[in-house]
Design a protein around this ligand. Structure first.
Ligand code: SAH
Length: 320
């Protein structure tokens, strides 16, 4: 993918969520979290800031919040596509296919939906609302999103309690099978207000099988994902930078080629608590967002220009 690092401005547009994921602080049952939903104008201001900073993409991310109505999201996509050169990535959870189809028609380019783990038993244990279904719905939804013409982003957490090292190897196989355009890999970070953080819902496995939630294991996963999926856009993630101050630089050196600086207004940012003490690009460098270019330069990299979508470099058969 070369030495360019694509910058995607992350806008966390709401922290309301109907889901009960066992690891995530936004889960519906967490009463210790003040909830917010950004307005149309606030979201547009963030998109304009992305343009001013020279980013090529904005990512609209939220909990699974049906207060973000179909038409509101469509209107935002249309406005951003009309008023700016930005690519638009959505990360709004398991919304109905009909809706994501409407958003695709409105101009959305990409959809991020990590499948978290390909280990079906563990997946169902930590996602109680999907337990009724025998299938891995997120993997199915990624296939459906691809058919709708989206570039698709999957990915996993590394070191979930009960997650084996072997299943991480399987996850990399799934990255390849799905032919992912984007792969997000971050360490699991314990949140005290969640079942997993309280030591509940934990599958018992032999201690030597447990995948470590370390930065090192995450770097290995990024490097292997890069080898197996040479064309994918792979971010050095916020969770990685949260557990390792050098996470952005080292993630990029291990094969990542994307950084997602936060554009969410600070008052909301602190409330988007999927896990505690999240560290954004600015927090790992007190001199602020303008220093990102300098940091990239130090490691021989430079900001990418344009939307930075998937490039097909190899014949399809070569990747299978
Ligand atoms: N509602 C959207 C966005 C969820 S937040 C969706 O469901 O796709 C984005 C990602 O944060 C999740 O996919 C998950 O991989 C990660 N995440 C959530 N809780 C986490 C935790 N405790 N530690 C590390 N990553 C976490």
């Amino acid at each position: 993918m070369g030495d360019a690092v694509h910058l995607r401005g992350l806008i966390e547009i709401s922290n309301h969520c109907v889901r009960q994921c066992g690891y995530c602080g936004l889960r519906a049952e967490n009463a210790n979290l003040a909830r917010y939903r950004m307005s149309f104008d606030e979201i547009m201001e963030c998109a304009e800031e992305a343009v001013r900073r020279g980013y090529g993409t904005v990512v609209l991310q939220a909990g699974e919040d049906y207060g973000l109505e179909t038409d509101l999201i469509s209107d935002i996509i249309c406005k951003i596509k009309r008023a700016t050169p930005l690519a638009v990535t959505l990360s709004l959870g398991e919304r109905p296919l009909e809706e994501v189809g409407i958003w695709r028609s409105a101009g959305a380019d990409r959809y991020l939906l990590r499948f978290e783990t390909s280990d079906l038993e563990l997946y169902h244990l930590i996602h109680p609302q999907n337990r009724r279904e025998k299938r891995h719905y997120r993997i199915e939804m990624l296939r459906a999103l691809k058919k709708l013409g989206y570039e698709i982003g999957g990915g996993v957490m590394v070191g979930i309690p009960g997650q084996t090292v072997e299943s991480l190897a399987q996850d990399i196989e799934v990255f390849r099978e799905l032919d992912l355009d984007m792969i997000g890999i971050g360490p699991y970070v314990s949140h005290p207000d969640t079942p997993l953080g309280k030591g509940e819902w934990v599958r018992s496995i032999a201690p030597e099988e447990q995948a470590s939630a370390s930065a090192e294991m995450t770097y290995k996963m990024i490097a292997l994902a890069r080898c197996v999926c040479p064309e994918a856009n792979i971010p050095a993630t916020t969770a990685l930078a949260t557990i390792d101050l050098a996470g952005y630089e080292l993630g990029l050196r291990c094969g990542a080629n994307v950084v997602m600086p936060e554009l969410t207004p600070p008052a909301y940012r602190s409330k988007y608590q999927i896990y505690p003490a999240r560290r954004s690009v600015e927090d790992t460098d007190p001199s602020g967002p303008s220093s990102l270019r300098a940091r990239l330069k130090k490691i021989g990299r430079f900001p990418g220009i344009g939307p930075g979508g998937r490039h097909h470099l190899y014949p399809q058969e070569a990747l299978q």
